[in-house]
Design a protein around this ligand. Structure first.
Ligand code: SF4
Length: 171
């Protein structure tokens, strides 16, 4: 149960100061489960540039050696035992890991369908599932908005990756 630091009582939606932050909703357990499975981690052009520079490679070599295409977009390839190519008892490119990895689990899909939070949590022991949907939605929305405003291309403290399918918005 989460306690409101302002009054010492159990927090409930609607309390005057809504104190729920990313840390209340998610704490990475470093289990690597979200770095496992096919198809999860798209990399942006910026991601590619940063990771390639970090590895001392040309971007095209990085794409050729470490990416696959999914729907015409590059995703990180799988490596040993179905984990991301960069997982080795920890993310080996943590300092420059892709935007998607840093955002997890505060991603737009949660706002599209709040059930995605529970679906994602089934593979991620760091995500809390005992808070009301309304609270989760509000917190995710704030984090995404904050990231957008700050132009940071990511925000949250963790890796990403999952082979689960989150629900997409209708096109
Ligand atoms: S955090 Fe991202 S880049 Fe790092 S190992 Fe996990 S999926 Fe790969």
């Amino acid at each position: 149960m989460w306690i409101n630091s302002h009054c010492g009582k159990p927090w409930r939606p609607g309390m005057p100061s809504d104190p729920v932050t990313s840390k209340h909703l998610f704490e990475c357990q470093n289990c690597g489960e979200c770095c496992k499975g096919y198809g999860g981690t798209f990399v942006t052009e910026k991601d590619i540039e940063k990771i390639a520079a970090y590895l001392g490679m040309k971007t095209q070599h990085f794409v050729d050696d470490y990416c696959q295409l999914s729907g015409g977009k590059p995703i990180l390839a799988q490596g040993h035992r179905g984990y991301c190519a960069f997982w080795d008892e920890g993310c080996t490119i943590h300092a420059v890991k892709p935007q998607m990895c840093r955002q997890w689990p505060f991603i737009p899909s949660v706002l599209i369908d709040i059930e995605n939070w529970q679906i994602m949590a089934a593979s991620c022991p760091g995500m809390r599932t005992d808070l009301p949907d309304k609270v989760i939605r509000l917190c995710v929305s704030r984090i995404l908005e904050k990231n957008k405003n700050s132009r940071a291309d990511c925000a949250s403290p963790t890796r990403n990756r999952t082979d689960i399918s989150v629900r997409e918005s209708p096109r």
